[in-house]
Design a protein around this ligand. Structure first.
Ligand code: HEM
Length: 338
């Protein structure tokens, strides 16, 4: 296992260094151990759990790509044949006891298991933007939120000073505040947030940002409904909806146009960009307990198939190494997710 973790770190490091010849993602500027230590100092240390997206559940599914996707990319995920997917749905944050009925982040992480041992890994969130634009800004935000040992709460003056100087860190919170509490993991939009390049057989490169949109539409709860649901309803809700055959997502790509900003997880593409349906993901089973194939997976978003390439977004490359550090810690402590 240790060897597997080390090789993940090595692969992550190689990806960060080699990246994509034409895009050259910037090397991570924040030491990954510092990052994970700071998650623990700010949010608490919960042995065995992911240091972010701690409370989660495993599911499996199947993805079928479209002809439009094949025009954009040679990725084998889009062959049109069913591709098995190991999914994980989670509630944002490091606390495995976080309530399900808050206006906080929901995640959908996916592992597409492709022919010839290729994989496509991604961790998508139910907001069009992330909470920081650069790794340094993200670390600074976490430091500003660290509880003071005396009061056990963050110092409001520090939080405000950092946010005033870094207004991007407030965008995601404003988005969540504007949305209802999610009714279901299966009824949310999940954004990839970063730009990626799609490369076709002719070598044409199209950048875009993706969204997984629920086929049955987005559903939220009123404040009264959310209160009545209580702190733990999302897992059973997902099991029921999947049993009823009702959880599927359109994998859609918004196509970037010349001049669009491609290196920022806090800047969505302008509204109205052409959207192409890349295929449909159907969730077919949900774990009955805290186990399942996703438990030990590291959804490192720098792992993608031939035909998909990273953008120069510094937040994208910066995810690989801390994820491996978090994975190493949680596996050595005994992996848990509920
Ligand atoms: C430098 C920036 C970031 C750091 C340091 C960071 C850190 C982490 C860590 C430590 C984990 C737990 C990994 C594991 O134990 O397997 C995690 C999970 C996750 N992160 Fe990030 N993250 C970053 C950026 C982002 C961004 C931009 C997104 C937006 C899409 C994101 C979405 C997720 C999701 C969805 C998960 C849960 C994945 C799962 O279910 O395994 N993260 N993050």
């Amino acid at each position: 296992m240790q060897q597997q973790i080390l090789s993940t770190v090595a692969i992550a490091a190689t990806l960060v260094i080699t990246g994509c010849a034409s895009q050259q993602p910037a090397p991570a500027q924040v030491d990954p151990v510092t990052f994970v230590n700071q998650f623990e100092s700010t949010f608490g240390k919960f042995d065995g759990y992911r240091r972010s997206g701690a409370k989660g559940i495993c599911a499996t599914g199947e993805f079928v790509g479209t002809a439009d996707a094949r025009n954009l990319s040679t990725a084998s995920a889009f062959s049109g044949k069913p591709v098995p997917v190991v999914a994980r749905f989670s509630v944002g944050g490091a606390n495995p006891k976080v309530a399900d009925n808050g206006k906080t982040q929901r995640n959908m992480a996916l592992q597409f298991n492709l022919p010839n041992n290729e994989q496509w890994l991604m961790g998508n969130i139910n907001a069009p933007v992330f909470g920081a634009a650069t790794p340094e800004q993200f670390l600074g935000r976490l430091v500003s939120l660290q509880p003071d040992p005396a009061t056990k709460a963050a110092d409001p003056a520090k939080v405000k000073a950092f946010a005033d100087a870094n207004p991007e860190v407030l965008l995601q919170g404003k988005y969540f505040a504007s949305q209802p509490v999610p009714a279901s993991f299966g009824a949310q939009n999940y954004w990839g947030v970063h730009a990626y390049a799609f490369v076709n057989a002719k070598g044409d490169k199209q950048f875009g940002k993706w969204i997984f949109e629920p086929v049955g539409g987005v559903q939220g709860l009123t404040d009264d409904e959310a209160k009545a649901k209580g702190p733990a309803f999302l897992f059973d809700d997902l099991r029921q909806r999947v049993k009823d055959g009702k959880v599927a997502f359109n994998f859609n790509l918004e196509l970037a146009e010349p001049g669009d900003k491609l290196d920022s997880a806090t800047t969505p593409l302008p509204a109205g960009r052409k959207k192409v349906n890349l295929g449909t993901l159907k969730i077919t089973s949900v774990s009955e307990d805290a186990g399942g194939a996703c438990l030990t997976v590291n959804y490192n978003p720098m792992v993608m198939p031939k035909g998909v390439e990273p953008s120069a977004d510094p937040m994208l490359a910066a995810r690989a190494a801390p994820y491996a550090v978090s994975q190493g810690r949680r596996l050595s402590e005994g992996a848990k997710q509920q």
